[in-house]
Design a protein around this ligand. Structure first.
Ligand SMILES: [Zn+2]
Length: 315
């Protein structure tokens, strides 16, 4: 039996897992990233976790096809280098070589959002499709594109920036410096901002019961109150869905995927998100109801998507 080690490096934690060739996580661990340390110390920790997890499963290292790593920031998957990752403070880190030297295994590296996209496309919600766009709706809007079953990495493997496509010219200022990006309307951050604006304007809204102070507002507040029939909350949700729908139609028109998978915190809304978006994309993507139909799905791998996707780089 062969297995793969998957590693998902985040700003706070590093998740490591031993994954079967079927994408099942057999054993996993989570350790602190400790970004204040030199990268070599982090690589020592990752190598130790891989050895220890394999040991617990009585799997010799020789039965590992290799190690797949998802890392935030700007990654060069050709050279196995982390060119620049501001949230872990790395610049020019030869991570693949560092891990390969420590474990004697081949190592593949890619961007963490791309790893999650690959995980969902290969073993999660998109497993029966070959052309998939994956979007995460979290602090920002990220994602990845899988074409013909393969991750599309682009020039210097810098990947796509689906969240930084403009849906409103001259609109809200985005973290990237441009105005009107999808991220500035469809991220959880934007949803919370717009919920607060609506609450300030509507002192009688039910949202003040769900969130007694503006600090209590979350990505759920407007969705929860819209379900209760609150008109101000419903407007927030409708505008959020419309912005997201415009972005999805763009991705459908550009990539013509078989499926779009939505991940990230906002996806907990499930059908409250999917049902209106299905109508919107059917009405407004090119070809409309004449198709081809695009499946809209919620991600299924949760927090394991990154490490499963990293492992699947070795398949
Ligand atoms: Zn942007």
């Amino acid at each position: 039996m062969m297995y793969i080690a998957g590693v998902d490096i985040g700003g706070t934690n590093i998740k490591t897992g031993i994954v079967g060739l079927d994408g099942r996580v057999l054993k996993k661990s989570s350790i602190r990233t400790g970004v204040e340390r030199p990268w070599e110390a982090v690589a020592d920790d990752i190598a130790r976790e891989v050895r220890s997890l394999a040991d617990k499963l009585s799997v010799p290292l020789a039965q590992l096809k290799g190690v797949g790593v998802g890392c935030p920031g700007s990654i060069n998957s050709e050279t196995g280098c982390v060119d620049y990752a501001n949230n872990i403070g790395w610049e020019g880190v030869p991570l693949s070589k560092g891990l390969s030297d420590r474990l004697g295994l081949s190592v593949r590296l890619c961007n963490d959002a791309n790893a999650a996209a690959l995980g969902e496309a290969t073993f999660g919600a998109g497993r029966q499709y070959r052309d998939v766009v994956f979007i995460t709706l979290g602090t920002g809007v990220g994602g990845g594109v899988i074409i013909g079953g393969k991750l599309f990495e682009g020039n210097e493997s810098k990947g796509t920036e689906l969240g930084h496509t403009v849906i409103q010219r001259g609109g809200e200022l985005c973290t990237c410096g441009r105005r009107g990006c999808l991220e500035a309307y469809a991220s959880a951050t934007a949803l919370i901002r717009d919920t607060k604006v609506a609450m300030r304007k509507n002192k009688d809204s039910l949202m003040w019961k769900a969130a007694p102070t503006l600090n209590d507002v979350s990505g759920r507040t407007a969705f929860d109150c819209a379900k209760e029939g609150d008109p101000a909350a419903k407007r927030v949700v409708d505008e959020y869905l419309e912005a997201l729908g415009e972005g999805l139609c763009d991705f459908i028109n550009i990539f013509r995927p078989e499926a779009i998978i939505l991940g990230g915190g906002v996806c907990a809304q499930g059908d409250a998100l999917l049902t209106p978006l299905r109508v919107f994309t059917k009405n407004f993507s090119y070809g409309g109801e004449h198709g081809p139909a695009v499946e809209l799905l919620i991600a299924t791998l949760g927090n394991d998507a990154g490490l499963i996707g990293a492992a699947s780089l070795l398949l």
